[in-house]
Ligand binder design. Structure first.
Ligand SMILES: Cc1ncc(COP(=O)(O)O)c(C=O)c1O
Length: 321
């Protein structure tokens, strides 16, 4: 993230200039990776700026913190209000919003359960994660790096340290000329992308790995499952082998950053005719209408942001005892 891309960053109840949004270099999160965060989008909709699935993102953030024994300094309502306040203060649309819970005080030593937990929230201009190819189809490589088992690193939590694995897989795929990596779980079943969930389509049924494949339970994934079911497609969550993936009729990624992005090639195997398939296009079409506010049925997924919104509660955090 470039500091210059945003004006104000919310730090523990204050909106500070981006250049002053700093922490001590000996903080616990920097050294041991114990932080939890979210990636959220705010879209320009027909009814003005709106944040996509805000309560679900806040709930996941809170659950991630719980799994990492980080006592929460704020209620879910306060976090949601602070996110809205940050979005309104920067007025960047469309934006990518990044709340992060971290231990910012100087403290070396891994077993830190007492360190103060802080919340920072930034909103930066949203970009297309996978570039122009995210609509025409991306090329992905099956990664030699596998997902860690949840017995070691819980995939349910969106934690800083998880992204060591995504980083290695992503750079390896890029070095080989691919746009994205597909990681397998410890048993060799398909898990997910570096920052996306994965779906495949066979004979009109939509498949996606379940939690047993050590995936993050994506909020876009859940939205896509709902859209696919509403369109009348059977959706099956199950262990998926590489063979099932390589011979799928269609495949696509889902994620806050990637949105819904068709996959046209996997490790030199062309999927279908190498273009986004009909089921993928139908789901994408509904998804992109939803985020523009054009699908009244899913209006509850969009949380409107008024430019004047300045909720007072967010500036008086409830500190954990
Ligand atoms: C590893 C991983 N899987 C899946 C996802 C997709 O989750 P969501 O749709 O909630 O953004 C993300 C992004 O947050 C991710 O980092």
């Amino acid at each position: 993230m470039m500091a210059a891309e945003t004006k104000k960053i919310w730090m523990d109840g204050r909106l500070v200039d981006s250049a002053n949004a700093t922490v001590h270099v000996l903080n616990h999160t920097l050294h041991y990776g114990v932080g939890v965060f979210e990636g959220i989008r705010c879209y320009a909709t027909t009814n003005g700026p709106a944040i996509f699935r805000l309560p679900e993102h806040v709930r996941r953030l809170v659950n991630s913190a719980r799994l990492y024994r980080m006592p929460l300094p704020y209620s879910e309502g306060q976090i949601a209000q602070a996110i809205v306040e940050t979005q309104a203060a920067n007025n960047i649309v469309p934006s990518y919003i990044r709340p992060i819970l971290y231990r910012g005080e100087p403290a070396l030593g891994v077993k830190n359960s007492k360190g103060r937990v802080s919340l920072a929230i930034a909103a930066i201009p949203a970009k297309k994660y996978l570039g122009d190819s995210s609509e025409s189809g991306v090329r992905a490589k099956i990664s030699p790096y596998r997902k860690p088992h949840s017995d070691a690193i819980p995939s349910f939590a969106k934690a800083d340290g998880n992204y060591l694995n995504s980083y290695l897989a992503g750079l390896d795929a890029a070095d080989d000329g691919y746009e994205e990596a597909i990681l397998l779980d410890q048993h060799g079943y398909v898990a997910e992308g570096t920052g996306e969930n994965i779906f495949l389509v066979r004979n009109g049924t939509v498949y996606t790995p379940g939690l047993e494949s050590d995936i993050l339970l994506g909020i876009t994934r859940e939205s896509v499952i709902q859209i696919a079911k509403d369109l009348g497609y059977p959706v099956v969550e199950k262990l998926l082998s590489v063979n099932e993936l390589l011979t799928a009729d269609e495949a696509f990624f889902s994620g806050t950053y990637a949105e819904v992005a068709p996959i046209r090639e996997i490790s030199h195997f062309k999927l279908g005719d190498g273009r986004p398939g009909p089921v993928t296009r139908e789901i994408m079409d509904v998804f992109y209408r939803v985020i523009r506010g054009e699908e009244p049925k899913y209006a509850a997924w969009l949380h409107p942001v008024l430019p004047t919104a300045r909720p007072a509660a967010a500036r008086s955090p409830r500190r954990a005892a």
